[in-house]
Design a protein around this ligand. Structure first.
Ligand SMILES: O=C(O)c1ccccc1N[C@@H]1O[C@H](COP(=O)(O)O)[C@@H](O)[C@H]1O
Length: 240
């Protein structure tokens, strides 16, 4: 049976109140106000808004970014980009009152430092393949020194398909990466869905789960979200 929105909100409050098993949720790639309204209602923690990604069907114009960010009532908006080269980016984020920037490309530590000096919170994606190879690890200390706030582990397939693979990394690879990142804030993305979310519900060292594909039905964030949150709640209870 599908629980009511009120029950889901109560469940999520329990997830958050239950010390030690809190798991935050980010839903990525909202493009319309109806999606933001749903994420507000379900008390999701973060909303990813794609911006400045040339040729991406869900990359937002500045005006839409501003409207969607302003509509976030609870969830914190995160601008998600691949190359933060646009000189007006920081001004735009400031105007839109967006305090978080997810760098999903191969931005070097020197550029991260520049962005940090302009006062934005940075989430740096770590591209990890199924063998556990992650090119950014070589510069981990430089990223730390540049001031990366959060590291996001995502499955890497190819430069032609840099995100939203809808496919998970092997568990042993995730565990090894989380160990390697010990002492840092770590988020996890890549194929988190209804059948796997419970496994990640209380994963030590992971602060938030980042979901795109599995929250969508016919391209829109919607129907699958409630069962996903229910499965997360069940997972928290199971592990707790
Ligand atoms: O989806 C994309 O095409 C994309 C483009 C630019 C930046 C990020 C992108 N996707 C990211 O992929 C992960 C997880 O996706 P999934 O749950 O495996 O479908 C998420 O962080 C998105 O921001």
């Amino acid at each position: 049976m599908i629980p009511s929105i009120f029950l889901v909100r109560r469940m999520l409050k329990i997830v958050r109140d239950n010390e030690g098993v809190v798991m935050k949720i980010k839903i990525c790639g909202a493009t319309i106000l109806d999606e933001i309204a749903l994420l507000n209602r379900y008390a999701v923690d973060y909303v990813g808004l794609w911006t400045g990604i040339n040729g991406h069907p869900r990359s937002l114009t500045e005006m839409t970014l501003r409207i969607l960010a302003a509509a976030c009532d609870g969830p914190q908006p995160i601008a998600v980009c691949v190359q933060p080269a646009n000189p007006g980016l920081m001004e735009m984020l400031h105007d839109c009152n967006i305090q978080w920037l997810q760098l999903h490309g191969f931005t070097p530590p020197s550029e991260v430092l520049c962005l940090k000096q302009q006062g934005i919170n940075v989430i740096k994606t770590l591209h990890v393949d199924d063998n556990g190879v992650c090119p950014e690890l070589r510069w981990l200390k430089d990223y730390d020194d540049a001031g990366v706030d959060i590291y996001l582990i995502d499955r890497f397939v190819s430069r032609q398909r840099i995100g939203s693979t809808g496919q998970a990394l092997p568990q042993r690879v995730i565990k090894k990466m989380v160990e390697r990142l010990q002492g840092r804030r770590v988020w996890l993305a890549g194929g988190i869905g209804i059948t796997t979310i419970a496994d990640f519900a209380a994963m030590p060292g992971v602060e938030a789960l980042d979901i795109d594909s599995a929250a969508r039905h016919e391209g829109r964030i919607g129907v699958p979200l409630l069962p996903l949150l229910q499965a997360l709640h069940d997972g928290v209870n199971h592990h707790g």
